[in-house]
Design a binder for this molecule. Structure first.
Ligand SMILES: *Cc1c(COP(=O)(O)O)cnc(C)c1O
Length: 626
C-alpha cells in the first residue's frame, strides 16, 4: 500500500511527488513544506490545515452535477443547496465556505438558536436558509426576524406543537402590520423507509423527527384554517448521514414525492420544493475491500431528478425545486490534521542495541547465526527455530542461568528475525505470519488526541485515511499502531488486518516524521472533546492566489492552559495566585530561583497542552513569543 489508498479516498486532491504528498492544485506545495513553514513560526503540536479550494471543488461539483442532470432530463424545477452548520461551525471554515460559494446563492441550514444566528448573519441575502430541529417560540421568533431582514428563510415543522408556536409567533410579529412578513414553512415527513449504516436513526418510522401521515393532514388543515397555506412550500426529509447505498434514497424520494404531489393536489398550491436533506457519503476507505460508498454523485443526482419528474408527471403536478443539505460531502475533504510522531516504541529492538558477549550462551549464538543467514528459502524454518529458542531462553532466565543482557539480546534478535522473515515471506501471507506481524507492530506515539480530533473513530469506529507526509518513495515496512498522547487506552488506532497501516522505520533523532489524517473536515471538530484537556489544535487556512502561490492565513493557535481552565469555570485568578503563593512560600527555593520559576510558569501558561518536544532537534522548543 505504497500510496496509502490515495486513489480510493483522495479524489485527485493530493498527489505523491517523489517523496512527499502534495496538494494537487496550483503550485502543488507539499503538506510537509506547509507544516514546516507553520512550525517555523513557532506553532508546534498538531496542526489542522484548511483548504478552501477543496470546499469550492465540492460545491462546484454538486451544482454542476445537478445542472447536468436537470439538463439531461429537461427538468423544470430549480436546484438549490444549503450547508448544514452542525457539520462544521468553525469560523475559518464558514467564512471560507461563504467566500467560495458566492456565485451560487448557496445558503446555510441551522438546527439551533446559535446556528441560526450564524445563518442570519453570514448568509448572503437571497440565498436560502433552512431551519430544522426542535424549536421553541424564541427560535421561531428568530426566524421571523430573519425574514424581516429580507432573508429567504424556511422554517421546518418537526411536530404539530411547533405549528401552534408558529401561529402564535406569526400573530405576535405581524400584529401591527398590514403586510405580514413570515418565514416560509416546510414540513418534515416521517419516512417509512429507513436509512442504512450507523447514522440511520435520523430517518425511518421511529426517527426522532418528522410528521406522520395523520399529522401531515392535520397540519394542512390547520394552515388552511389560518389562511397560511400559501406559506407552505417545502417538503423535507433526511435519511441519515453517510448513506453507503443509493437504494434507501430512492425509496425515500418516492415517499416524499408522493406526499408532495398529494398535498399539492389537495390544495397546497404554494408547495413547490422538496428538500432531500443530507446523507451523501464520503469515501473514507484506504483499501478496496472496505469501500463505504457504492454510487457516484451523478447517479445520486440522476435518481433525484428522474424520480421527482416521474412522480410529478404521473400525478399531474409541477416538478418541484430540489434542495439538498449535504454537509459531510461538502466539508470532509477540506481539512487535514497533521501530527508529529514523537516516538517509536519498539525501536529498542534495533541491531545497534545488541550487546554481544565474548562468549554468548549457545542458544543465543544460534539466534545470531539464524539472523545472519536467514533467506527466502529457509525463512519459515528459521523463524520457527527462533521462536522455539526464545521460549527456552526465557525459561533459562527464569531459572537464573542467563542474565539480563542475554535476555535483552534474545528479545532483540527474535524481533529482528521475525521482521526479516515477514518481509521475506510477504507474498505468502499466512495466519501465522499475520499473528507474528501483530507481535512486532511498531507503536507510533503521535502528538494529537483522538478524542479531540477523530471523535468518530473513538465513538463509531469510523476509519479515517492516514498517511505519512514524506518517505513516500520507499515502501513502509512497520505494521503500525498509532497512540495518541491522552492517558486513555482508547486513544489508540491499533494495527488491524481489515485496514492494515504500514509506516516507515525512521530515526526520530535524525529527522522529524509526520502523519496526516485526512477527510476530517466534517463533524470531527465540533464533536471533538477535551479529554485530558487537549483542545482544538492550532489551525491555519491555506489559500492560493491567482498566480498559484499559496498563503498561510488565519492562524489560530490552540487555546492556552489558562483559557482551557477558564472554560471549565475555574477561577483563573485564584489559580494564578495559588501558583505564585506556593512558589513564594516554598522554603526549598532560593529567592533568585523563585523569580526564574515564576518566569517559566508564566511562559508555560501561555502555551497549549500539546507536547512540544522535538527529538530531531534534541531539545525542547521554546514558546512562540520566547
Ligand atoms: C445532519 C443533517 C444534514 C447533513 O447530513 P450529511 O450526511 O452531513 O450530509 C442535513 N440535513 C439535516 C436535517 C441534518 O440533520
Amino acid at each position: 500500500m505504497k500510496n496509502f489508498g490515495l486513489h480510493i479516498w483522495g479524489d485527485d486532491n493530493f498527489v505523491i511527488e517523489d517523496d512527499t504528498v502534495n496538494i494537487n492544485h496550483a503550485s502543488n506545495p507539499s503538506l510537509l513544506q506547509l507544516t514546516q513553514e507553520i512550525r517555523e513560526k513557532g506553532y508546534k503540536g498538531p496542526l489542522l490545515l484548511r483548504f478552501p479550494h477543496l470546499i469550492q471543488k465540492q460545491i462546484d461539483t454538486l451544482f454542476s452535477t445537478f445542472a447536468k442532470a436537470k439538463k439531461e432530463f429537461g427538468y423544470r424545477g430549480n436546484f438549490h443547496a444549503v450547508f448544514p452548520l452542525k457539520v462544521n461551525q468553525f469560523p475559518n471554515f464558514v467564512h471560507s465556505l461563504i467566500e467560495v460559494s458566492q456565485t451560487y446563492r448557496y445558503g446555510l441550514e441551522a438546527g439551533s438558536k446559535a446556528e441560526l444566528i450564524i445563518a442570519i448573519t453570514k448568509t448572503p441575502l437571497g440565498a436560502p436558509i433552512t431551519v430544522n430541529g426542535f424549536k421553541d417560540k424564541e427560535m421561531i421568533g428568530l426566524c421571523f426576524i430573519g425574514a424581516k431582514m429580507g432573508h429567504n428563510i424556511t422554517v421546518t415543522i418537526e411536530g404539530i406543537g411547533e405549528l401552534k408556536s408558529i401561529l402564535e409567533v406569526y400573530e405576535e410579529f405581524n400584529r401591527n402590520s398590514d403586510t405580514p412578513i413570515s418565514p416560509k414553512i416546510g414540513i418534515r415527513i416521517r419516512l417509512h423507509s429507513t436509512g442504512i449504516g450507523m447514522w440511520a436513526k435520523s430517518g425511518g418510522y421511529s426517527s426522532k423527527f418528522g410528521l406522520t401521515s395523520t399529522e401531515l393532514l392535520e397540519v394542512y388543515e390547520i394552515l388552511k384554517e389560518h389562511t397560511l397555506l400559501e406559506n407552505l412550500w417545502m417538503v423535507h426529509f433526511h435519511i441519515g448521514s453517510q448513506m453507503g447505498d443509493i437504494a434507501p434514497l430512492k425509496k425515500a424520494l418516492r415517499e416524499a414525492g408522493n406526499i408532495y404531489a398529494d398535498l399539492k393536489r389537495r390544495g397546497a398550491h404554494a408547495l413547490s420544493a422538496i428538500n432531500i436533506g443530507g446523507g451523501l457519503a464520503v469515501e473514507y476507505a484506504q483499501h478496496q475491500h472496505t469501500r463505504e460508498r457504492n454510487y457516484a454523485l451523478s447517479e445520486f443526482a440522476n435518481d433525484v431528478i428522474y424520480l421527482m419528474q416521474e412522480i410529478a408527471k404521473s400525478k399531474g403536478v409541477d416538478e418541484p425545486d430540489i434542495f439538498t443539505e449535504s454537509g459531510r460531502y461538502i466539508a470532509a475533504s477540506h481539512s487535514v490534521l497533521v501530527a508529529p510522531v514523537l516516538e517509536l516504541f519498539s525501536q529498542e529492538y534495533h541491531e545497534k542495541s545488541l550487546r554481544p558477549k565474548e562468549k554468548n550462551p549457545p542458544l543465543i549464538q544460534e539466534l545470531f547465526d539464524l539472523y545472519n543467514t536467514i533467506k527466502r528459502t529457509n525463512a519459515r524454518e528459521y523463524l520457527h527455530d527462533a521462536l522455539d529458542h526464545m521460549e527456552s531462553l526465557l525459561t533459562l532466565f527464569d531459572l537464573g542461568y542467563i542474565d539480563l543482557e542475554d535476555r535483552s539480546n534474545t528479545e532483540i534478535l527474535v524481533n529482528l528475525i521475525i521482521k526479516r522473515a515477514i518481509s521475506l515471506l510477504k507474498n505468502e501471507a499466512t495466519d501465522e505470519l499475520r499473528r507474528l506481524q501483530d507481535r512486532i507492530q511498531e507503536r507510533y506515539l503521535v502528538n494529537f488526541s483522538a478524542f479531540q480530533s477523530l471523535p468518530d473513530f473513538w465513538g463509531l469506529s469510523q476509519h479515517f485515511p492516514v498517511m505519512p507526509l514524506n518517505h513516500l518513495s520507499s515502501a513502509p515496512t512497520n505494521p503500525a499502531s498509532l497512540w495518541d498522547i491522552t492517558c486513555d487506552s482508547d486513544g489508540e488506532i491499533g494495527f488491524d488486518h481489515e485496514h492494515p497501516l504500514y509506516l516507515h522505520d525512521v530515526d526520530l533523532n535524525k529527522e522529524e516524521y509526520f502523519v496526516g489524517f485526512f477527510l476530517t473536515g466534517a463533524y470531527q471538530e465540533i464533536l471533538g472533546m477535551k479529554h485530558n484537556l487537549f483542545t482544538h489544535p492550532t489551525e491555519a487556512v491555506i489559500r492560493f492566489d491567482e498566480a498559484g502561490n499559496y498563503h498561510i492565513e488565519a492562524l489560530i493557535e490552540a487555546q492556552n492552559l489558562m483559557d482551557v481552565l477558564d472554560d471549565l469555570d475555574y477561577d483563573t485568578g485564584i489559580i494564578d495566585k495559588a501558583l505564585k503563593q506556593r512558589i513564594e512560600e516554598s522554603e526549598a527555593i532560593s529567592p533568585e530561583e523563585k523569580q526564574e520559576l515564576l518566569g517559566k510558569i508564566y511562559l508555560y501558561l501561555s502555551e497549549n497542552s500539546y507536547l512540544k518536544t522535538s527529538q530531531a532537534l534534541g531539545e525542547t522548543e521554546q514558546g512562540v513569543n520566547a
